[in-house]
Design a binder for this molecule. Structure first.
Ligand SMILES: [Zn+2]
Length: 231
């Protein structure tokens, strides 16, 4: 940052305090959401360069993934929980883009090297309406900005009125995933290696259902990346 810009940033900061979304510190660049201390505290998984990591194993026998990984461990009352809360419930798209950039760096330096296109897991219509954006798409845009791969948000769609029983247990949720996702633009996916992106992987049921639809397209391959992984 030039001296001039820095002086201007300091001046603006006097009137519009800009604080870290993780810890509240005001020692933070004007255009960032997390301070350097918080970034250093993020619980990295190092899964992107670890074949057979727990995220990948989660899909064994369910979905034929080339690679799968998450950037960070998700635990209760942690910094990563706060980050995802900001992204999903506080309208903080900037923090999502910033975390997407971090994933982009992890991906660009990993074994995930022959991806053709990035597809965010589609959000259901009610949540999209309430939130105003798809957090997986925000993450994907952040990844694409660093990794220089196209983000395609509309090739796969989420059907409406297919998920009425989301409060049921794990087994029921799997059963209810039938017909939830559909490929709208097969020509975009044909013969492509798709990176499917979401914020958190827990059971992986949605990613599995969406990935299965993508794999029905001729020549398609799939890998999965999420910001966080629930232990
Ligand atoms: Zn902080």
């Amino acid at each position: 940052m030039s001296t001039m810009r820095s002086a201007l940033a300091d001046f603006i900061h006097l009137f519009y305090p800009h604080v870290c979304a993780g810890c509240g510190s005001d020692i933070i660049d004007i255009d960032r959401q997390l301070c350097l201390y918080c970034i250093s505290q993020l619980p990295s998984t190092h899964f992107f360069n670890q074949p057979g990591n727990p995220v990948e194993k989660n899909f064994y026998g369910r979905l034929n993934v080339v690679n799968a990984a998450s950037g960070y461990f998700f635990t209760k009352h942690s910094l990563i929980e706060a980050v995802i809360y900001e992204l999903k419930y506080k309208g903080n798209k900037l923090i999502g883009f910033e975390m997407g950039e971090r994933l982009g760096h992890l991906l660009a330096n990993s074994r995930f090297n022959d991806i053709d296109i990035i597809i965010p897991l589609p959000l259901n219509a009610q949540r999209f309406k309430k939130r105003g954006y798809n957090q997986a798409e925000v993450l994907s845009e952040g990844i694409g900005s660093i990794w220089n791969k196209p983000v395609v948000a509309n090739a796969v769609i989420r059907n409406v009125n297919t998920e009425t029983q989301t409060h049921k247990g794990r087994i029921s949720r799997w059963e209810n995933m039938d017909g939830v996702f559909a490929v709208a633009e097969p020509s975009i996916i044909q013969d492509k290696h798709v990176l499917l992106v979401d914020d958190v992987v827990t059971t992986g049921a949605s990613l599995e259902a969406c990935g299965a639809e993508i794999l029905k397209v001729s020549g398609a391959k799939i890998s999965i990346a999420t910001l966080a992984y629930t232990i």
